[in-house]
Every structure is written in C-alpha cells, then in structure tokens.
Design a protein around this ligand. Sequence first.
Ligand SMILES: Cc1cc2nc3c(=O)[nH]c(=O)nc-3n(C[C@H](O)[C@H](O)[C@H](O)COP(=O)(O)OP(=O)(O)OC[C@H]3O[C@@H](n4cnc5c(N)ncnc54)[C@H](O)[C@@H]3O)c2cc1C
Length: 492
Amino acid sequence: MARRSSPARRTHRALAERLLQMSDADLARLRLQREHQPAMAAFIDAVVGRVVLPGDAGYDQDRQESNPAFQAYPIAIVYCEVDEDVLLCLKLAQHLKVPFVVRSGGHSTAGYSVVTDGIVIDMSTFDYVLVDSDSRTVRVGPGAKFDKLNGALNPTGLHVPSGECGDVCVGGFVQGGGYGYTSRMYGIQCDSVAAFRVMLADGRVVVADAQNEHQSLHWALQGGTGGNFGVLLEVTYRLVPLPSVWAWSIQWDAADAAAVLLELQARYMRQGAAPNLGMTVNLGFHEGRQVLLAQGMWAGSRSDGLAAVESLMSFPSAQLLVDASGPYGTMDKLLDTQPYAIPDPPPGSKEDKRAGYIATPLGLADWQAVVAYAATAPNPNNTLIIEPYGGAINQVPRLATAFIHRDVDMDIFVDVFWVQDADRNAARAWLDGFMKLLQPHLNGHVYQNYPHAGLADFAQAYWGEALPRLQKVKRHYDPGNVFSFPQSVPLA
Ligand SMILES: Cc1cc2nc3c(=O)[nH]c(=O)nc-3n(C[C@H](O)[C@H](O)[C@H](O)COP(=O)(O)OP(=O)(O)OC[C@H]3O[C@@H](n4cnc5c(N)ncnc54)[C@H](O)[C@@H]3O)c2cc1C
C-alpha cells in the first residue's frame, strides 16, 4: 500500500512552513516577533493538538471567554490533546518569554483564562469521565463540563456535588471550591477530591492526595484557585450514593420578598434546615415583574422535601413551580431550563459580577432595602443571587483546605448585564451601589470562584488566614512564579 502521511500532521507541517516564510508584516499580524518565528514553527510541528493563530478562521471565536466583556488577543490558542502538549506549551512560553494562561471552560468571572500576547493552554479537550462504581470514584479531565460529568453519573446512582450550569468545567471550578445544590449535603466540590494529577512548572507530573508526599499541594488545590500551582490534568473524586433527588422551585411576589429572605436566612442556612436541602435564591425580574425565586433539591423523598420547605410555602404569594423527582443530573437540567426561571440575558450580553459573604444577619428593614434597590435595576436581567451555606460545608474545619469560607450564612452576589458599551458605566455604578448597601453585613471575604479584578487586597479576601500556607506551597512548587496572573497567590 502506498505510504500516506496523516492529514493532521500535514496541516501542522504546512502551518509551520508557512510561518517560516512570513514577512515582518505577516508576523506583526500574528502578534509574533521575528525572533519567535523558529521556536513557534518547531512547536506547531511538534504539538499533537490544534493550534489557532491570529488571523485563522476560528481565532476570534476561540479567544472568547464565556463573558464577552473580556477581549484579549493571544499569540496562540493550543487545544492540548496529551500531557506532552501541555509541556510543549510551558516550554514555548518560557522560551519566548511570553505569559500563558490555562483554560478549561473559560468561565472565569474576571477573564483570567485568556491573555493578550501570550499563550492560551486550552484543556477543554481533556474532557473524559471514567466512573468506577466498585471503588465509588470517578476520574475526570479538567475540560469535562458538568453536563458530561452528571450525564455519566446519572445511570450509576452515584454523585459528586457539581455546579448548576452545565457548561462550567471541572478545571477551574474544583480549584476554587465549587458550590452546587448538594453542597449543604456533601460539601463544596473540592472536599470530595481524592487526588489531583498536575503538571508542575518544571514539567514534572505529580499526583497529589491527602496522604502522599504532595499532600500540601492537595490541600492548596482545594480552594487555592486555578492557574497558581500547575496545570491540572485530572481529578479523582470520591462518590456518594444518591440515586434520586426531589427538585423544587418556589416563586414569591416582590411584596413577600423581604420577609421570605428573612425566613431563609434564619432557618435555611447556617441554622435550621437539614443538610439534605440545598438551593439558590434569585431576586430578579420575570416578564417585567420583580420576583423572588428559590430553586433547589432535597436528597430524599418528595413528602419529606415538601415538609422541609413548609414555612417557605406559607407566604401568601408562594407558588410551587417545579415539583419533580429523578437523578441529580436530570433534575439539575430541569431547574436550569424551567420556563419560570429568571430569564437568561440576550446573546452577546456583557456581564460584571461582585460577591461577598454574609456572616452578620440582616434585619427585615435591611432586606426591604435590598429588595427596593434591586427593583431599580437598569437592566431586567440584573439579579441578586444567594447561595446558602451551612450543613456539610460548615462542618469542615476552616483550615482543613484552602477554602476557608466555612462559617457564613450565605454567599451573596450581584450580576449586572449590558449589551451596548455605552451602558457599561451605568451597569457598574448600579452594581457598586448594591455592594455599598450590602457592605455592613459582609465579612470581607469573597468566594475565589467569583473573582473580581477591582478587588482591593484580593489575597486576604479569597484566602484569609490560609494565605501564608498557600504561599509556602507556592514557593515549593512554583518558586519561579511561572504560574502568574493579576490575582495569583503572591510568592511573598
Ligand atoms: C455561567 C456561570 C455559572 C457558574 N455557576 C457556578 C456554580 O453553580 N457554582 C460555583 O461554585 N461556581 C459557579 N461559577 C463560577 C465557576 O466556578 C468559575 O468561573 C470556575 O473557575 C470556572 O471554571 P472553568 O474551568 O469553566 O473556567 P476557566 O475560565 O477556564 O478557569 C477559571 C480559572 O481556573 C484556571 N484553570 C482552568 N483550568 C485549569 C487547569 N486545567 N489547570 C490549572 N488552572 C486552570 C484558569 O486559568 C482561570 O484562572 C459559574 C460561572 C459562570 C460564568
């Protein structure tokens, strides 16, 4: 049979050869310097995964984060297929002396998984999910979306807490903590990690678990945040049996909202409700009308679940909108796509988000002020969202992981949207006003998976008293600060 080279190899070779022929003007269009040319050509020839360069057909799409407010222009986006691709990327960045970022799902709320004039190491191709029902574990690539993880677990009756949005990926989520409907039952997602497989700055691949010589790295990756210690290649989670949940959602009119929020805070967060009950609460607009919506899951029977939310159903305007039982993944999708949900912003909307933790309870007048402020939103898609803590989250000692937020009532955050750039400042001013109103009740810490670029003293806000130990781990595993971005763990 006649010998044929593979089409993929031919594409890589042709791209590398084209690069070597380029004029200074062509290189400038690629955002490449002349002295970078040979190394980039050799890299393209060697790497297995797809490389997207400026000017390529997909470049403008491939450089996007989930939030189009972040526009950055990398010199290359590399869809890694194998560990060695990651190593080649790290070496290339070092050789060219350009920055790099790692990206799994591209959902960073501060745009930290794309970079201008640097390399995007894209891990979305590492998206496998390998369930081992006998050992009750699952091995997952960082690029696996939660719809894929939940879909793979659905028929097994096994579960690990995951995010509520099916497109968010394991890679960023788990390293920043990871909150979902079942976190009050089984903890923040990073609490369920048996082992992380990681490529370090020097190219070594290590497996970190809670017992081995890399236990400090295991600790740091449980909340220390992505992009700080190495490239996450794989996560092994411990699974719990959870064949079925009861999914529910309750909506109230604005007139009841403040009283319901008071009730939620008093009896459904740090105190009160059984850990089997998890939810998120949205104060937003539905068909032009301000509404409060809580949606969640109960790990148990429908009748016990209904009893658990009885006091929430006692408010005059309460309507039970979702009332269904089934596997977690199916119920998560149902809650996400229910027609009553606070509607998604139109495609192309840009977003800003600020978050804080509430440890000092709000009184009725405070909640009334919150509801009144929310009613003034300049965009009907703006929402205040509450993620109740308590239960299994708060049972983990504060410094047992790098995720320290173990003694709060709730994470509270405000999402604002705009389409036209002319509306951006008004959106941000309204957001700032909301945070000012909430300020007296916040404890000064911020959930590291909802980073905000404008946050003063971000390191204290995200990691608090875990910071010194995180810095020690950083100095050990990344002494050259190779993994660096505007809010990375400072070496000293
Ligand atoms: C629509 C939406 C819904 C969300 N829902 C939830 C929710 O329900 N619960 C919750 O807790 N959070 C939620 N989040 C926040 C989410 O947890 C974080 O944005 C998370 O970091 C996203 O991970 P990612 O891999 O998708 O994003 P990315 O932007 O790819 O990564 C986020 C950070 O991690 C780094 N990183 C990514 N992959 C790797 C890797 N393989 N190795 C090393 N570093 C890496 C990146 O460099 C970046 O700094 C949501 C965010 C959005 C936009």
